[in-house]
Design a protein around this ligand. Structure first.
Ligand code: SF4
Length: 526
């Protein structure tokens, strides 16, 4: 391992249940970390997580250290449900990490909430938060199981737990946590943006493809790392730079040090620009909001419509609708009001409530819609159920015509790098043409922005982006066992140790042609 140590100090000195009934891409996770001994780090982390709540609503957790002990507090629920003033007051220390979880691997349970925690071989604590999804979890589970403490393997149902176990096991009296991380991180395949900590030091690491975002910020008296720049803003940290793909940052009283554990091969997630990231976040120097507006402009030029009003599907369709209206000259207006928090509730809806479907989430403004030919701009179509219900609702509200415009290309392939779209068989675009989808959702016309248009709007070179959910060209190799989906580890848990002989193949990058062995399940057309 070539670990290139660079001292940066010089430079730097200058709803679950209800939500599952409502279609859409499942968000991923948000990670946050702060090293600031003179600040109330648990409250800074709390607000950082608040800014990242959109990335995961199933569980939240904070780990904090006072220099002697690492304490973890985590629970199922929203950040505001998990933490209150007394809890945060009890989490005192000089550094902390936090996590908001959406389960892309493993089920939604307290045990799988993060930060995950292990005691290291040296007897110190290790807490870790992970955004992303690994593609070699079977291999890593076998490595953990073959280690000294196989109980770790049995209690882990997430790839994040496996990372924690491996790094903790390698940190001994003879080897530091950083040295262990530099041994383990190159073994991980797939997407990971990590924050982790022991009693004195904060770490941040990003996979060599940089699939998920991770940024470094500076406080007056400390440092912050976070999934999105919006989380730096909320705690008053200034943006310093992105954590580079293949880089491990070590942050302590000596400042920030950088080490490389992998050759950078950037493949940033294109879908972050479409839907996942907050509009007020900047990724790779490009504003997410500006990208979405520009996509809307391009969409208007690529797929014009004769209409009276351009309206967004709130909230993520908003910026693209503004761009569409601007480029088309058709007036922009709000025709739908979002019931913002209903999708985040943990209250199990009754069948009567459930049958209200989209009406739980969106309510039409009839006086705006009645008698109009509408262009309705949404960010993506996953299964098509939402759009079908939406078109029907708009017609019932008096729309004369409904022209649906989508600010991403058709989502035809599942994501294995941390976004929970659906199985391929559930993706409407995997089996139907655009015209067939139009008929299925009942729109007068339907058009998606082109991939070239979306990439151009992001201002990133296509070679530095992952667009696999649109193209099926996966930039990071996928092991065949991914067909088991996000519950992979749970599925093999009971026989993990005897099943270690199960094949782990060397996989070359996958370009899907519908013939890949072991993918039959995913290729069943709807
Ligand atoms: S497959 Fe799609 S959602 Fe997943 S990382 Fe690639 S672009 Fe992002």
């Amino acid at each position: 391992m070539d670990a290139l140590e660079v001292d940066l100090d010089t430079d730097l000195d200058s709803d679950t249940n209800l939500r599952q009934d409502m279609e859409g891409p499942g968000e991923e996770c948000g990670v946050f970390g702060v090293w600031a001994p003179d600040e109330d780090v648990s409250k800074l982390t709390y607000f950082g997580l608040y800014a990242l709540q959109h990335r995961g609503q199933e569980a939240a957790g904070i780990a904090v250290s006072d220099g002697t002990d690492v304490v973890v507090y985590k629970e199922l629920g929203l950040v505001s449900q998990v933490f209150d003033e007394p809890t945060l007051r009890s989490l005192q220390g000089g550094l902390a990490i936090g996590h908001t979880r959406y389960s892309t691997t493993g089920s939604s349970s307290w045990q799988n909430a993060q930060p995950s925690f292990r005691q290291t071989g040296a007897g110190s604590g290790l807490a870790l938060g992970h955004n992303g999804n690994l593609t070699n979890t079977g291999e890593l589970a076998r490595m953990v199981a073959s280690g000294t403490d196989t109980r770790d393997a049995m209690r882990s149902t997430t790839d994040s737990d496996l990372i924690t176990s491996l790094i903790a096991a390698g940190a001994t009296v003879d080897s530091t946590l950083a040295a262990s991380a530099l041994e383990v991180l190159p073994l991980l395949r797939g997407a990971f943006s990590l924050t982790f900590m022991d009693e004195t030091t904060l770490y941040a690491a990003r996979d060599r493809h940089g699939v998920r975002p991770l940024v470094l910020g500076r406080l007056e008296r400390g440092w912050v790392v976070a999934s999105e720049t919006a989380a730096l803003d909320i705690v008053g940290a200034s943006f310093v730079r992105e954590v580079e793909p293949g880089e491990l940052l070590t942050i302590d009283e000596h400042g920030v040090r950088s080490a490389r554990f992998g050759v950078p091969d950037p493949k940033g997630c294109l879908f972050e620009y479409v839907y996942l990231a907050r509009p007020d976040t900047t990724i790779a120097g490009r504003s997410v909001h500006a990208t979405r507006v520009e996509v809307g402009r391009r969409l208007a030029r690529e797929a014009p419509a004769v209409a009276d009003l351009v309206m967004p599907v709130p909230q993520s369709g908003g910026p693209a609708a503004i761009g569409y209206a601007e480029a088309s000259g058709i007036p922009y207006g709000e025709g739908l009001v979002k019931n913002a928090y209903v999708g985040r509730t943990f209250i199990q809806p009754s069948q009567t409530i459930r049958e209200l479907g989209i009406r739980l989430k969106l309510n039409p403004l009839r006086e705006v819609i009645r008698g109009k030919r509408l262009v309705v701009v949404d960010d993506s179509i996953v299964r098509g159920n939402t759009q079908r219900a939406l078109v029907r609702m708009l017609r019932e509200a008096g729309a004369l015509e409904v022209h649906v415009r989508i600010s991403s290309p058709p989502v035809s392939w599942p994501c294995f790098y941390g976004i929970d779209f659906a199985q391929r068989a559930e993706l409407i675009a995997s089996g139907l043409s655009v015209e067939e989808i139009r008929r299925a959702i009942g729109a007068d016309s339907l058009a998606y922005v082109s991939l070239a248009g979306l990439v151009a709007a992001s201002e990133q070179p296509a070679s530095r982006l992952c667009s696999a959910c649109f193209t099926g060209e996966y930039p990071i190799a996928l092991p065949a066992e991914n067909v088991l989906g996000k519950h992979l580890l749970e599925g093999v848990q009971t026989d993990l140790l005897t099943d270690l002989s199960t094949d782990i193949q060397e996989h070359s990058p996958v370009v899907h042609d519908g013939q890949q062995a072991g993918e039959d399940e995913l290729l069943v057309r709807p």
